[in-house]
Design a protein around this ligand. Structure first.
Ligand code: TYM
Length: 357
């Protein structure tokens, strides 16, 4: 059986893009897969400077946000990446198999190093750590005796049989469109490791949601982002109804008053249409039909109302969960224990393959 793994950086409250591009499908996948793992990737977050106290708060707030969206710790393993040291260890090994030019054009480095005019080694190798996150859970929730049998059996299979076995164990990774290149690197690194040592890691595959990329409300040519300095560009899950109405009303559109869906020529209004379709569970065509006869000003009120309906219960639940920090800490500690028990046998085998003992 395949398993699900995904991650989110604790760099602030999640926004509507995180929700529609990833978190909504994270919740749905809990019903479809037996091993579902979601990580608050704090190691990734320190590739940008973080205030330690603020980071601690952000990690717990992110846990509260994920639970409020519907992540259920009895059906998913929710954990903090830095608490499972195997992530960093596998990342080092994979980094030794990665060439410098392969990383140079990946989005995180290109965007963030340009903003600061420089960047750290950690920022450069960010996608290698992401590959390690995903590949580390190749067994999912098999019990330890099954893992042992599987790994013994495995050595007796021919290459074709190994590839077949790996194919049906590949990890599914629900992410937004901006992560596709990172996923391709994880696939490449699985292949490179397998060529260098032996067929061991299944190639992961991306699961893209219907809303692949939510755009900034102030600049529809760029994606909605937690770190956008423009206050009105991003709808956060904790925004009040008034905040949401204001941000949607001020969203950049164009001079045509009709509502149409033409992402290339009318990115602003098309962004509103695709957010509206996603939060109301309708198709883009249905939403455009509904907006017939409205101008974009009137339509913005309808979109804002639909977003408020979706986010209001989540906002209230985040507020409730945030108050009990002890409960959040203990949930994350239990999650880390479970994740560690799955990561440990994989790392034992990796160490053997690499020749460490
Ligand atoms: P992060 O924290 O930037 O984003 C978390 C998820 O939200 C999606 N997303 C969006 N989707 C649609 N429209 C947007 N405007 C938008 N902004 C963000 C992202 O695609 C992502 O799925 N590198 C990852 C974290 C990570 C990870 C992993 C993911 C670390 N290890 C292993 C998957 C598997 C990131 O930066 O997420």
């Amino acid at each position: 059986k395949a398993q699900v793994f995904s991650g989110i950086q604790p760099t602030g409250v999640p926004h509507l893009g995180n929700y529609l591009g990833a978190l909504e499908s994270w919740v749905a996948l809990q019903d479809k897969y037996s091993t579902v793992m979601y990580s608050i990737v704090d190691l990734h977050s320190i590739t940008q400077p973080q205030d330690p106290q603020m980071l601690r708060e952000n990690i717990l707030d992110m846990a509260a946000s994920l639970l409020a969206c519907g992540i259920d710790p009895t059906r998913s393993i929710l954990f903090q990446q830095s608490q499972v040291s195997e992530h960093a260890e596998l990342s080092w090994i994979l980094g030794c198999l990665t060439s410098m030019p392969r990383l140079r054009h990946l989005p995180q480095w290109k965007m963030k190093s340009k903003q600061k005019n420089e960047g750290s080694v950690g920022l450069y190798t960010y996608p290698v750590l992401q590959a390690a996150d995903i590949l580390l859970y190749k067994y999912g929730q098999l019990c330890s005796s099954c893992v042992l049998i599987l790994s013994r059996l495995y050595s007796q299979l021919c290459v074709r049989e190994r590839v077949m076995l790996l194919l049906c164990r590949s990890t599914h990774v629900p992410v937004g469109e901006d992560q596709i290149q990172h996923l391709e690197l994880a696939q490449d690194l699985a292949r490179i490791f397998n060529n260098q040592y032996e067929e061991f890691f299944p190639e992961p595959c991306a699961l893209l949601s219907g809303t692949r990329k939510v755009k900034s409300l102030r600049d529809p040519s760029s994606k909605m982002s937690k770190s956008d300095p423009q206050k009105l560009a991003t709808v956060f899950l904790t925004d009040t109804p008034d905040d949401i109405v204001l941000k949607i009303r001020r969203a950049v559109t164009d001079l045509t008053s009709e509502v149409t869906y033409e992402p290339e020529s009318r990115p602003g209004v098309s962004n509103l249409v695709s957010m509206h379709a996603a939060v109301s569970g309708q198709s883009v065509e249905e939403v455009v039909r509904l907006a017939e006869g409205m101008d974009t000003g009137q339509y913005k009120n309808v979109v804002a109302e639909a977003i408020v309906q979706t986010l209001q219960p989540i906002r209230l639940e985040i507020q409730r969960l945030r108050a009990d920090r002890g409960h959040l800490e203990s949930l994350l500690a239990k999650g880390a224990e479970k994740a560690h028990s799955l990561a440990a046998p994989v790392m034992t085998e990796v160490r053997k393959l690499v020749g460490f003992y």
